[in-house]
Design a protein around this ligand. Sequence first.
Ligand SMILES: [Zn+2]
Length: 290
Amino acid sequence: MSGGLAGVVALALLVLTAFSSSAEQASVTWHPAKPRNGDVAWIHVKNVTEAATVEGSVDGRPLTFFPYGGGHAALFGVDIDAKPGSYAWRVGVVEKSREPLTAWGTLRIQRREFSVERLTLPPGMVDLDPETERRATAESKRLATAYRMITPDRFWRGKFTKPVGVAGEGTGFGARRVINGQPRSPHGGADYSAPRGTPVVAANSGRVALVADFFFPGRLVVVDHGLGLYTLYFHLDTIAVTEGQRLERGQPLGTVGATGRATGPHLHFGAQMRSARVDPATLLGLELLD
Ligand SMILES: [Zn+2]
């Protein structure tokens, strides 16, 4: 995480806003300075009081700030399919003892290459019958609706933990499959191979937003960590939690299985920041600790 250069640039902009007589000048930094597809990035507005009102946006999409590290911070998810390029950001701060402050700049989104797998399969194996197609569409809409709900409380604290106690990292985030010449949606999570029955735990504190049994994901749990951040646990064998339940980081929520469309027992672990499908690995590596 190198925010140094971004910090200098942001500071220059803040000076332009003719910021008045305070001892410590406010500053804005992005971490990482140039996020890639799938990253959970975060913006740090330093040297503003906890009581300050901080709001902002990236590319017109709102940021939700929380008090952090001598100022305020907000997460920003870069979707798997986000178009690389420069995105305009803006931050506004209203504080009792100071002039209102506005800062702005551009955030460079860098392209990340994902693997592409081309397969030719008999059509009967890939085309769903109309009823199943309708079911799968309705279910993915239900998931999307769940992620649109922005809980104003921040439930998560400290480091995110791996949801299964197996060696190694989850694999396959962002992988694209082209079946019979038709591009399918990219793989939105990381797969952890583990024996059926292996305990699955909440990656951080939160509240159970959804428990369901869907066609593709199988038995699933969605955990709401607040402020638009969600983690997803798919293909579970058993589920030990109910909707609305509060969870602590590391608390068991079910066990690894092969329900839904799965070739063998594994945990599909996903993360969602508002509408952005993000790489859970970047969540596990988040350097924002309190
Ligand atoms: Zn998966």
